[in-house]
Ligand binder design. Structure first.
Ligand code: DX5
Ligand code: ZN
Length: 219
């Protein structure tokens, strides 16, 4: 399993030290939660642009960017300069299947791996048709919009269902799970079929982030 640490809840005062510690603790990715204040209430764009700039100066770890925005194209153009490994956008921010395919193509044209995310209330069947064209599917295990929420148990069934479909269709699309994942819930999430887990507050709000990362990576 790969670990993608969400830096959404990292305090402004000393981010460099925290990013350095996360890299030393061997997180596999930095998960960048970009929110536009429209698709979700919070607007984290200014902070995430600043954090991406800092990370690019001090680390070679890959960026796993999660767009919770309405105007996806605008944000792809804004964040492409950080050369992210993955850029994921929400199915629910698109008006048509054609728009989803357009955005997948736009991300690939920037030499970035595309991801597609669904909210807890969107059923998995809605995005089956896109799986052959994307690197990963991000199944939200909380409502997008903020860190520190509890995992919604019903979303584990969605991960299981998606995993069965991917295996049946012999696809190589990764499943990433995001929201409320910690030492209590990680086993259920990986057993359900998640290949990459996003963890925020369980790491960034802990006294011993390195220890938490090492324990999480054992699953
Ligand atoms: C929520 C974000 C998640 C969140 C994860 O909208 O997409 O990445 O920051 O944080 P925790 O692990 O605290 O739920
Ligand atoms: Zn996220």
């Amino acid at each position: 399993m790969y670990l993608s640490t969400s830096i959404l809840s990292v305090e402004e005062k000393n981010p460099v030290r925290i990013f350095y510690n996360l890299e030393e603790a061997k997180t596999d990715y930095f998960h960048i939660d970009v929110m536009d204040g429209q698709f979700v209430e919070k607007d984290t764009n200014k902070q995430m642009l600043e954090y991406c700039g800092i990370i690019k100066q001090i680390s070679n770890l890959p960026l796993d960017i999660h767009f919770m925005v309405n105007e996806v194209k605008k944000y792809i153009d804004e964040y492409a300069k950080f050369e992210p490994d993955i850029v994921t956008f929400h199915y629910e921010s698109c008006k048509s299947d054609e728009e989803v395919m357009e955005l997948i193509k736009c991300i690939k044209e920037n030499n970035i791996k595309p991801g597609l995310s669904i909210k807890p209330n969107t059923e998995v069947e809605k995005i089956y048709k896109f799986l052959p064209y994307i690197h990963l599917v991000l199944i939200m295990t909380v409502e997008p919009g903020k860190g520190g929420q509890a995992l919604i148990p019903e979303t584990l069934t969605k991960i299981k269902q998606m995993k069965e479909h991917i295996n049946k269709e012999n696809l190589d699309t990764y499943i990433e799970a995001d929201g409320g994942i910690n030492l209590e819930t990680v086993k259920d999430v990986t057993n359900a079929g998640a290949d990459i887990i996003v963890v925020g507050s369980a790491i960034t709000k802990s006294e011993k982030p390195k220890e938490i990362i090492q324990k999480l990576k054992r699953f």
